[in-house]
Design a protein around this ligand. Structure first.
Ligand SMILES: C[S@@+](CC[C@H](N)C(=O)[O-])C[C@H]1O[C@@H](n2cnc3c(N)ncnc32)[C@H](O)[C@@H]1O
Length: 273
């Protein structure tokens, strides 16, 4: 399993629960290789993974929709964008900067431009930039992204990425966010809390990655306590919810009964002060 394969997997999850995720374009990324991988993941780790990822997408979609509607547009800056399709789901007053590793960005740019030409996706103002957060300096990332921002306010999204990053890269990214954002701008972030490390379901996840990691990708298993978000310099924590509570709002029939039996990610919305 390579880290970029995780982008195909979560996108396919969203396509399985389109009514929940609201991602009507996720299915465009579906492919036989990912379809083959998913049953064994759901079976060996947790059957609820597809619903939980769809809930995560739904939460950020609603947050961004509300933010950009209130501000009549702006720029979404998606760090580790993978195959998420927010630019096409949000209004055309929103510009997007998609950032990810080289292979993902090249493939996503080619495919989305092709689908726009075919009329399968609506026209949007999207810039794509390939950056490896581990290998690029704070200064380089800052000077690459800053000139790409043509519309304010900004909403930075860091969804499904922190798990793969170490503390130095995480610290670097939040410094960059602070530099490129202005007062009132938002960041949406996702992470696991350290308590999950004691659960069987999380141990099964790590075991799965350990036994399927066929690359030299540096791969952390980062978890972050709430205090990380409460103590961020120049950011105020505005909202926090976990997937378990999201399931009660959006998927009450899914019968997810126990926080400790699922890979329960936590979502945070922070505002620049
Ligand atoms: C699980 S996917 C999530 C994708 C997307 N945000 C979503 O929620 O659908 C993780 C993404 O993080 C990207 N990523 C991981 N480590 C990265 C790094 N060091 N630099 C840039 N992107 C990275 C991967 O390439 C992948 O697209």
């Amino acid at each position: 399993m390579q880290i970029h394969e995780t982008a195909f997997i979560v996108s396919t999850y969203r396509s399985y629960h389109q009514e929940l995720s609201k991602d009507i374009y996720a299915r465009l990324w579906n492919n036989p290789n990912t379809d083959l991988l998913i049953p064994s993941i759901l079976e060996s780790i947790s059957k609820d993974e597809a619903i939980l990822h769809s809930l995560r997408n739904r939460f950020f979609y609603e947050q961004m929709y509300a933010f950009f509607s209130k501000n009549n547009g702006g720029t979404l800056i998606n760090f580790g964008a993978g195959f998420s399709m927010y630019p096409f789901l949000l209004n055309n007053t929103v510009d997007t900067i998609e950032i990810d590793k080289k292979d993902i960005i090249a493939y996503k740019k080619e495919k989305t431009m092709h689908w726009i030409r075919e009329g399968k996706l609506p026209q949007r103002d999207i810039q794509y930039t390939a950056i490896d957060f581990n290998n690029s300096s704070e200064q380089d990332i800052h000077t690459t992204i800053q000139p790409m921002i043509h519309k304010t306010p900004t909403f930075i999204l860091l969804e499904g990425v922190l798990f793969f990053l170490g503390p130095d890269t995480t610290h670097k990214l939040w410094n960059i966010f602070k530099e490129i954002q202005s007062k009132g701008d938002l960041v949406g972030s996702v992470s696991y809390i350290p308590e999950i490390e004691n659960t069987d379901v999380y141990k099964r996840l790590l075991h799965y990655f350990d036994t399927h990691n066929d690359t030299d990708d540096p791969f952390y298993h980062q978890t972050l306590p709430h205090s990380f978000y409460e103590n961020l310099d120049r950011y105020q924590l505005k909202k926090h919810i976990d997937e378990f509570d999201l399931s009660k709002i959006y998927a009450p029939d899914a019968e997810i009964r126990d926080r400790t039996q699922i890979l329960n990610e936590h979502m945070y919305i922070l505002q620049k002060s």
